[in-house]
Design a protein around this ligand. Structure first.
Ligand code: NAG
Ligand code: NAG
Ligand code: NAG
Ligand code: NAG
Ligand code: NAG
Ligand code: NAG
Length: 240
């Protein structure tokens, strides 16, 4: 009974704005995940829809970390603090003075992490965003790689260089033939091809984007004379 009374009083105080510090709403465990590709821009929505309100909106990088932007709607005043000690946000921050939303332009992996927005008026609301930055994917390269002792098949090697965490896969039509996931800088995956066919493709992907490169057999492999019973087509071999 006493607890309920205290809670009731707290809520009243919150509503009349007397107990600002105690009235933190928003689920502190709820973190909104945001994925973005390196070099792109991302906008984190403050959730403020009432443009005429007198909110004080503050943005912090990392929970309780450095203040990077402050929007005082009552005073119509905006401060962007992008020259902190490590300068990682320099010239990359924009805020919408009406909604208090924060935009990070030309994002890099240095800007990955948790962002926290605090909207203070009569009550205080906190939202958190977990920003994950993915590398921009390069287009995979396919080459025909001649095996030393074979003239009966074509070996195709698909590769990507200088990438972070990606998956590299070979498809025939829509069927997955093989794939590797690696965090190496260089990735390559080979495919032994015995039947002449243009339906193969190599795909490089991460959770938010992908590139497909289609095999052109005419370019990569030259036909040889024998027939392969299993597919009723001519064998092929790498062009040199
Ligand atoms: C984006 O950031 C990178 C790395 O900091 C920089 O080299 C590049 O010039 C920036 N691009 C633009 C358009 O600002
Ligand atoms: C943010 O997202 C990354 C990647 O999904 C995850 O590893 C990390 O634990 C998340 N951090 C928080 C605080 O939710
Ligand atoms: C080519 O040589 C490798 C190793 O010497 C052997 O494992 C493979 O079976 C050979 N391939 C053919 C088609 O003879
Ligand atoms: C990745 O491949 C490129 C081109 O083949 C090569 O120059 C570079 O040294 C390789 N890097 C690593 C870490 O293997
Ligand atoms: C490639 O991206 C598209 C959407 O952009 C998605 O529908 C598709 O499943 C992705 N493919 C792979 C292999 O990740
Ligand atoms: C494959 O490559 C050949 C020779 O470069 C070209 O003439 C042909 O149009 C290509 N086929 C496709 C489907 O792109």
């Amino acid at each position: 009974m006493f607890d309920r009374l205290v809670l009731f009083c707290l809520c009243c105080c919150c509503l009349v704005g007397k107990l600002n510090m105690l009235c933190v709403f928003g689920d502190s465990d709820a973190v909104k995940s945001v994925s973005v590709t390196e070099g792109d821009s991302v906008t984190l929505d403050s959730g403020v829809t009432d443009k005429q309100s007198d909110n004080l909106i503050t943005w912090n990088f990392k929970t309780n970390g450095p203040l990077i932007a402050k929007i005082d709607q009552a005073a119509n005043d905006i401060s962007i603090i992008d020259d902190g000690p490590d300068k990682r946000f320099r010239d990359r921050l924009k805020v919408d003075h009406q909604t208090g939303s924060l935009t990070i332009t030309n994002i890099t992996t240095q800007h990955a992490g948790v962002y926290q927005v605090t909207i203070s008026s009569k009550i205080k609301i906190i939202y958190r965003f977990n920003v994950t930055v993915y590398a921009r994917l390069p287009v995979p390269v396919i080459i025909g790689d001649s095996p030393q002792n074979s003239s009966s098949y074509c070996l195709l090697v698909c590769s990507v260089v200088n990438v972070g965490h990606v998956t590299l896969s070979w498809y025939k039509g829509n069927s997955l033939l093989s794939s590797i996931s690696a965090s190496d800088l260089n990735n390559s995956l080979s495919l032994r091809l015995e039947c002449l066919d243009d339906s193969y493709s190599c795909v490089v992907s991460n959770p938010i984007s992908n590139w497909t490169r289609y095999v052109n057999i005419t370019d990569l492999c030259r036909p040889c004379s024998g027939m392969l019973a299993s597919c009723g087509k001519r064998l092929c071999m790498p062009t040199v």
